[in-house]
Ligand binder design. Structure first.
Ligand code: MTE
Ligand code: MO
Length: 390
């Protein structure tokens, strides 16, 4: 028996011509690509906005207004990413035969150009798949990796958007030609039973739309009934989903301790208040959303003293940032820093009640922070201590 030669193997690898479906073609690729490009663009911008809200750089005056802003941008971020999944799959399908184009052998220069083009497409496909897959796992709250989700998701986003811009620039003449031609294959009429490109395009757009509708209920209330894929369906005690339980955060015991006191520290002054004393302060009620980075959001009615009034008890002046520490003993998000602009807003509460009932343990009993236009991760639960540096 003879071992197969390189030529034998090469013969068995399909060639682009072997893929005969007339449904594929640049005219389809360009149109699906446009929809995908729009979804990616929206996803990139809203994603960068989320990083800005998260890192709170001093040069950007981000504050409590508009109240629903983060809810809107982050909901849009997750939905545009979800819409991109079927579009990306159809787009990859439409160009799949090109994977089998043989490298040019005529000149070294052509070969180098080909290798570079393939490398840039490899970077685009790889980073796009990574962005959508890691985002999807994140909304499912499954973190099977060791790296920081936030930093990696941001870093790879730059690779994705950079290689997308290069890709569009390189393909611009092809895209323009594709749009001047009719979408259908010139010989499509020869086989009227075959699936048409228009059908594939409509199918891709419909799949994207359906994916959005089936998940949007986690942030758009009237769609909740349809959103069978929504990770957070709005269920949870007191009509609000729970992100992490008191038990999971290692806060359950301390939070239920009858000897609990809140510490308000301004410079070297400390005031302590138990829950009854907190309830005896002037209470305010506001309707504010929890807008989680994972894409779900929900408005609720919160009652408690304004943070501003509470700090004033310890001599705190408006205009300072506040560090919030929780009773939590396990995992991230036990500490947050609230910029002064939020502290000054009277709607920023140390909530004691949710939807007219005593805050449940998993929603942050004995008290939690709720502020307008904040990423959910900063709405610290089981608050133990508020600190203002003198
Ligand atoms: N101490 C503490 N507070 C926390 C968290 C946490 O893990 N620990 N999770 C945050 C996140 S990510 C969200 S979205 C909200 C959710 O609040 P809920 O569980 O009451 O809906 O709580 C925030 N507050
Ligand atoms: Mo969250």
């Amino acid at each position: 028996m003879r071992l197969p030669t390189v030529e034998d193997i090469e013969k068995r690898i399909p060639r682009p011509e072997d893929f005969e479906s007339r449904a594929r073609g640049t005219e389809l690729t360009a149109r699906v690509g446009t929809a995908l490009g729009i979804a990616f663009g929206i996803c990139f911008l809203t994603g960068m906005w989320s990083h800005v809200q998260y890192t709170q750089p001093g040069w950007l005056p981000i504050g409590p207004q508009p109240t629903q802003l983060y809810r809107l941008t982050q909901g849009t971020h997750v939905l545009s990413g979800i819409a991109a999944i079927p579009l990306l799959l159809v787009k990859l399908w439409s160009v799949f035969p090109r994977l089998f184009i043989r490298p040019p052998t005529s000149s070294a220069r052509e070969l180098v150009i080909e290798v570079l083009e393939r490398a840039s497409i490899g970077a685009l496909v790889g980073s796009s798949v990574f962005m959508l897959a890691s985002g999807l796992l994140n909304i499912a709250q499954w973190y099977p990796w060791e790296f920081s989700f936030r930093r990696t998701h941001e870093a790879v986003a730059w690779v994705a958007i950079g290689s997308l811009i290069v890709h569009i620039a390189v393909k611009l003449p092809v895209i323009q030609r594709a749009y001047t031609a009719s979408i259908e294959h010139p010989e499509a009429h020869l086989d009227p039973d075959a699936i048409s490109r228009r059908t594939v395009l409509r199918g891709a757009l419909a799949a994207a739309g359906l994916a959005v509708v089936l998940t949007a209920g986690q942030t758009v209330p009237f769609l909740r009934r349809f959103s069978v894929f929504a990770v957070r369906d709005g269920q949870g005690p007191q009509g609000l989903p729970i992100n992490r339980t008191a038990k999971a955060a290692g806060a359950a015991e301390a939070a239920q301790d009858p000897a609990f006191v809140l510490e308000v520290v301004v410079g070297d002054r400390t005031v302590t208040l138990d829950r009854d004393q907190l309830l005896a302060l002037p209470q305010r009620t506001h309707r504010l959303p929890i807008a989680c980075v994972e894409g779900w959001s929900r408005s609720a009615t919160w009652t408690g003293p304004a943070l501003r009034d509470l700090l004033a008890l310890a001599g705190g002046e408006p205009g300072s940032d506040v560090t919030i520490r929780s009773l939590q003993t396990r995992g991230a998000f036990g500490v947050s820093r609230l910029p002064a602009a939020y502290v000054e807003d009277y709607r920023t509460l140390l909530a004691l009640e949710l939807n007219g009932e005593t805050l449940s343990l998993d929603h942050g009993y004995p008290c939690r922070i709720i502020a307008p236009n904040r990423p959910g991760v900063f709405q610290t639960k089981w608050v133990q201590r508020l600190e203002v540096k003198a």
